[in-house]
Design a protein around this ligand. Structure first.
Ligand code: F6P
Length: 549
């Protein structure tokens, strides 16, 4: 029991019940589970909005699911969920509310932070964003020399980059194809260089996106972008006003940087960076897809928010996905989770989820400050199918590790593919085949029956029993993308709530930032760094000598 009077997670009777169940259930094979229950596929499918989520190929029974739900109840998931939606300061270490859900809530609702209804300002910013996006798209916002803006470069990192970039890629068929959109994040100058080298500064607008407006990578790139712009436009610094806008919570720093705050789009400290792309951080996306599609995406988010908030535990999709992760991570020692989208447009989706999940739940301290004694967030990884099949799926099928995976696919390919649409059945056949092979494998008897020489039988046998969840939707529309992202956001929430960690802070990224700042003068000027370890010292010296310093 901790000081809050809360029993430690791994001392709850519900936790022990799951351990016992795991010992009894073992790794009962999915072949058997399906044989025993002809209704399994139907019974273990949950629908939310446009998402059809088949979790039947997971290593669970009704009893497993019942015990997992009991654990969620005992851990107070519903209480914390309601507190989040109500604007309570559940980000305890930063003393902040967690209200990304307000960003997609209709204006008529009331959502309070410190007694203030925030819905009005949320919608005011959306309207300003819509006006700005419209002016760019219609050619009314002109550059310094009167040219139409044809290129948008978003400069941001982490949550100020990954979300808009992922969604831009996901929704490419909905974007203005006559405009160019680029995303610059890395402090490696090569990123900015490659993003702007073929652009005309007169036609280029930069969106500097940073919640804090103190992030060194973003400010460094923004300064370099300003220099590139001014060099291309004859050095007149008044050009900045037509070519730079900012998205931030920090008006003071935006002004300090030299961007007029009239050209700033606001959001608030109760929106976490990795939960922010449906705020003004999505401005580049809104220019790309237009305010209407952006609104459809928000509606998709909201639909899943409402589902998460109100669906009973048995049919609550984010809760179920969260619990499945707990089952594998905490009771089967799974270390990672693969997200495998069978859509080229979702090429950035897993990278986006890495921040969402790993920055949220990569913690080892409880909300109260004690050490956690159980596994927390998994390593999230994956790339779009079918490419992964020809790279690392070998390990998924025959390796020694348990790696639960999500397979994501869509019934309709986008219409503009024309004749290439015919390839879609082959793509989806691969998705279904992988789920099937991972679950059911191929027995030695089946291999032998094919006449395979005995010496090769063990090599060509597939154990199966590798858990997957299949998420199928009709098409990758803006609304469906919103639904998918909200599904994962709330899944991460459920897990963090059970693990008793603060999913909304990110102290673990701070140390590296501080050390980099301290080391930089050693690299540039050879400045002494007191207390520097021998390995880092030698590396810095070697680096300096390679650079001829
Ligand atoms: O890496 C830490 C982090 O604070 C992320 O959480 C955030 O998304 C990113 O840096 C960028 O921060 P900002 O939007 O303040 O520039």
């Amino acid at each position: 029991m901790n000081a809050e009077g809360r029993t430690r997670l791994d001392q709850l009777p519900e936790w022990h019940a799951l351990s016992k169940h795991r010992d009894e259930f073992g790794l009962t094979h999915l072949r058997r589970l399906f044989e025993d229950d002809p209704q399994r596929a139907e019974r273990y499918t949950v629908r939310v909005g446009d998402l059809h989520i088949d979790y039947s190929k997971n290593l669970v029974t009704d009893e497993t699911l019942r015990l997992l739900r009991q654990l969620a109840e005992a851990a107070g998931v519903a209480r914390l969920r309601d507190a989040m939606f109500e604007g309570e300061k559940i980000n305890v270490t930063e003393d902040r509310a967690v209200l990304h859900t307000a960003l997609r809530t209709p204006e008529s609702a009331t959502v309070r932070v410190d007694g203030e209804n925030v819905m009005r300002k949320v919608h005011q910013v959306l309207i300003r964003m819509g006006t700005f996006a419209g002016r760019i798209r219609e050619g009314h916002w002109r550059g310094h020399t009167g040219e139409r803006i044809k290129n948008i470069v978003n400069i941001g990192i982490g949550g100020s980059d990954l979300g808009p970039k992922m969604a831009y890629e996901a929704l490419r068929p909905y974007t203005r194809r006559d405009m160019t959109f680029r995303f610059v994040s890395n402090v490696d100058g090569a990123d900015l260089h490659e993003a702007v080298r073929d652009l005309d500064p007169a036609e280029t607008l930069f969106i500097v996106a940073s919640k804090t407006f103190t992030t060194v990578e973003t400010l460094t790139n923004a300064k370099a972008a300003r220099a590139w712009l001014l060099a291309g436009l004859g050095g007149d610094s008044s050009a900045v006003a037509k070519h730079f806008v900012a998205v931030s919570t920090n008006a003071e720093k935006v002004a300090e940087f030299g961007i007029n705050t009239d050209n700033m789009f606001e959001f608030w400290d109760w929106v976490g960076g990795r939960y922010s792309y449906d705020s003004a951080i999505g401005l580049s996306l809104m220019v790309a897809i237009g305010p209407e599609c952006f609104g459809d995406m928000l509606a998709g988010f909201h639909l899943v928010d409402e589902h998460f908030r109100s669906a009973p535990f048995e049919a609550n999709a984010p809760l179920l996905l969260g619990l499945l992760g707990i089952w594998y991570g905490n009771f089967h020692d799974a270390q990672s989770h693969a997200v495998l989208p069978y859509s080229h447009y979702l090429s950035q989706f897993t990278a986006y989820l890495q921040q969402l999940d790993m920055e949220s739940n990569g913690k080892s301290t409880t909300r109260e400050g004690g050490p956690v004694e159980w596994q927390t967030g998994p390593v999230v990884w994956g790339t779009p199918g079918t490419n992964g099949q020809h790279a690392y799926y070998q390990l998924l099928h025959q390796g020694t590790k348990m790696i639960p995976a999500d397979l994501i696919g869509f019934a309709d390919p986008v219409s503009e593919l024309g004749e290439l649409r015919d390839q879609h059945d082959l793509l989806m056949a691969n998705l279904f085949a992988q789920g099937q092979a991972l679950a059911f494998g191929k027995t030695a008897e089946e291999v032998r029956a094919e006449g395979v020489p005995e010496a090769q039988v063990p090599h060509r046998t597939f154990p199966g029993n590798r858990p997957t969840t299949t998420i199928l939707a009709s098409a990758l529309t803006p609304s469906v993308l919103g639904q998918l992202v909200a599904l994962y956001e709330h899944k991460v929430f459920v897990q963090g709530a059970i693990w008793d960690i603060d999913s909304f802070d990110q102290w673990g990224v701070e140390l590296g930032k501080v050390l980099a700042k301290r080391l930089e003068p050693a690299l540039t000027e050879g400045a002494p760094v007191p207390g520097l370890d021998a390995s880092t010292r030698a590396l810095v010296d070697r680096y300096r000598s390679l650079r001829g310093r």
